[in-house]
Structures are given as structure tokens and as C-alpha cells.
Ligand binder design. Structure first.
Ligand SMILES: NC(=O)c1ccc[n+]([C@@H]2O[C@H](COP(=O)([O-])OP(=O)(O)OC[C@H]3O[C@@H](n4cnc5c(N)ncnc54)[C@H](OP(=O)(O)O)[C@@H]3O)[C@@H](O)[C@H]2O)c1
Length: 282
């Protein structure tokens, strides 16, 4: 890998040409890199080949074509199925796995690759395919810092590279945790509009005039108030919050909103009750 010079063109292999893999390979091509691609099912490389990519007929030939391989497959099982037969050919090369998975899976893959002389980074893509290569897209990386420092400028056309630690599992951990926060917001918004709809309210007006400005105002406070210990900020008044959450659950049940949609309220109630019991009452 020609990473210690100012030369911008690098040889990079991309394994996996699903929606995300195609976006990644396309962004690398657009940045002027020399890109080799491989996909299990033939045909998905055609658009990229028309733009200058080389299509490798096998995984082995694909990984041999470049000092740096980026992997973006469906899941951890497909990564092992694809890489294990060619791990010997990866020795002395660098691999960046951008396939979503668990922290433990990332640690196990890094360990397997390390045993075979492959340096690797694990990544978590904080973007959907159309966002790749655009401002706002971020890819979390974990693994050895010096390797990240070499690889980040090369892969920066994909998304802003953000290193989260030496532990190879941390990119997945941070990615899963950030998505947990996002789904929490999503669950709350879905529950809110179901509640309004169930009682005959105007959902669109509610979203525009009440929910969106309220969530915009409170989001930074919610993030700041998310603490690890049983302490909640004093101004939260845990007892009062618990009473309020019980009322919300009762309102939801009376409106006939399925109880499965109220899980976020139960989680918050659990936190507030524990905080109140721990004496964190204003
Ligand atoms: N799309 C998103 O919005 C998004 C966002 C962030 C992260 N990601 C992550 O990016 C990864 C890829 O997502 P995607 O959207 O590209 O998915 P996708 O469109 O479903 O593509 C899946 C890819 O994995 C390949 N594959 C599946 N099983 C395989 C196996 N056993 N052996 C070899 N190749 C196999 C598929 O090959 P075939 O063409 O042969 O089936 C295809 O190239 C996932 O881990 C996903 O979580 C996606």
C-alpha cells in the first residue's frame, strides 16, 4: 500500500457489491483509486466496471490485486465463508471489514486475521448507501491507531473516518449503541403518533407543530442526561418522572395502543424508579 507518500491513487479491493458495497466502490472510483471488485453473484460489478473498476473472477484474485481490501458483506457468517479460504493470500496485506456485526465477532475476526499476518481494522458505517461520499457520513473504525492513521486518508472519500479505540470490537460497539439511541427515538415517535391517531387527533399537525419542535428541544438534554449510574440529574425529579410515566402508560392503554409499542416508557419508568429508590430525588 502506497500510504506513506502523497500519491492519491491506491489499489483497493472491495469484496461485496450489495447496495452498500456498490456505493463504497463507486466512491473510491470517484476519488481516483484503482479499484478491483468481487461479488458472489456475477453481474453486480457491471456498472462499476463501466466506470473503470476491474472485476475479479474469484475472491483469491480479488485480494491479490490490492494491498488493501475492504469487505462489505451481509453478515459475519458471510465474511468468514468468504475470507477463510483465502486468508493465506491476505498475509502481509491490510483488511478493513465494514460488515455490520457484534463487538465479539469483530474481535474474533481481528484475532483470526492477526494469526495469519493480516493487519486489520473493523468499521461501522454510520450512513445509508446514498450518503456514502457525502458530507455528514461517518465511518467508525477500531483497531491499531497507527494502521488507522495510514488507512484513514485513503478511505476518507467514503465518509469522515472516526477512530474509536484499539479494541477491534469498539467500532461495532459504538455503532450498535448509536443505533440503539436512534431506535429509541424512533420507537418514541411511533408510539406518539399512534396515540394521537388512536384518539382521533391530526397526526400531521401533531408531528409538525408539537412533536418535531419538542424532540428538537429535548434531544440534547436527553443525551446529556443519559448517565451510567443510578443517579439522574437532580432537576429530573425521579419521583415526579415516575408518576408521569405511569400516566403515559395508562393513557396509552386506554387509547388501545398495543402495549408492545410502550417499551420505551417502561424502560424510562424502570430508570426513574431506581433513581428514586437510590435517593436521587430533588
Ligand atoms: N444498506 C445500508 O443502509 C447499510 C448501512 C450501514 C451498514 N450496512 C451494512 O453493510 C453490509 C452490507 O449491506 P448491504 O446493504 O450492501 O446489503 P445487501 O444489499 O443485502 O448486500 C449483501 C451482500 O453480501 C453478499 N453476501 C451475502 N451472503 C454471502 C455469502 N454467504 N458469501 C458471499 N457473499 C455474500 C451479497 O452477495 P450476492 O449479491 O451474491 O447475494 C451482497 O454482495 C451489511 O453488514 C449492512 O448491515 C448497510
Amino acid at each position: 500500500m502506497n500510504m506513506n507518500t502523497n500519491t492519491i491513487t491506491e489499489r483497493i479491493t472491495v469484496l461485496g457489491l450489495g447496495a452498500m458495497g456498490r456505493a463504497l466502490a463507486g466512491a473510491l472510483l470517484a476519488a481516483g483509486h484503482d479499484v478491483t471488485v468481487w461479488n458472489r453473484t456475477p453481474g453486480k460489478a457491471d456498472g462499476l466496471v463501466a466506470r473503470g473498476a476491474r472485476s475479479a473472477p474469484s475472491v483469491a484474485e480479488a485480494v491479490e490485486a490490492s494491498p488493501l481490501t475492504v469487505v462489505c458483506l451481509l453478515n459475519n457468517a458471510s465474511v468468514h465463508e468468504t475470507l477463510e479460504p483465502v486468508v493465506g493470500k491476505l498475509a502481509g496485506r491490510t483488511l478493513v471489514n465494514l460488515t455490520s456485526g457484534s463487538a465479539q465477532q469483530a474481535r474474533e475476526l481481528a484475532s483470526l486475521l492477526g494469526e495469519h499476518g493480516v493487519r486489520s481494522l473493523a468499521g461501522g458505517i454510520m450512513a445509508v448507501p446514498p450518503m456514502v461520499g457525502t458530507e455528514g457520513a461517518v465511518i467508525l473504525y477500531s483497531g491499531e491507531r497507527d494502521l488507522f492513521d495510514q488507512v484513514a486518508p485513503v478511505l476518507s472519500p467514503l465518509a469522515r473516518p472516526h477512530w474509536v479505540g484499539e479494541d477491534p470490537g469498539f467500532a461495532a460497539l459504538y455503532d450498535r449503541a448509536a443505533l440503539s439511541g436512534m431506535y429509541g427515538i424512533s420507537a418514541g415517535a411511533i408510539h406518539a403518533v399512534k396515540l394521537i391517531h388512536a384518539e382521533g387527533g391530526d397526526v400531521e399537525t401533531f408531528k409538525r407543530e408539537v412533536l418535531a419542535p419538542w424532540m428538537e428541544l429535548t434531544l440534547p438534554l436527553m443525551v446529556a442526561g443519559a448517565v451510567v449510574s443510578e443517579e439522574v440529574p437532580e432537576e429530573y425529579n425521579a419521583d415526579m418522572q415516575a408518576v408521569g410515566l405511569e400516566t403515559m402508560l395508562a393513557t396509552s392503554a386506554a387509547a388501545g395502543v398495543p402495549d408492545e409499542l410502550a417499551g420505551h416508557l417502561r424502560a424510562s419508568l424502570w430508570v426513574m424508579r431506581r433513581a428514586a429508590q437510590a435517593g436521587q430525588v430533588a
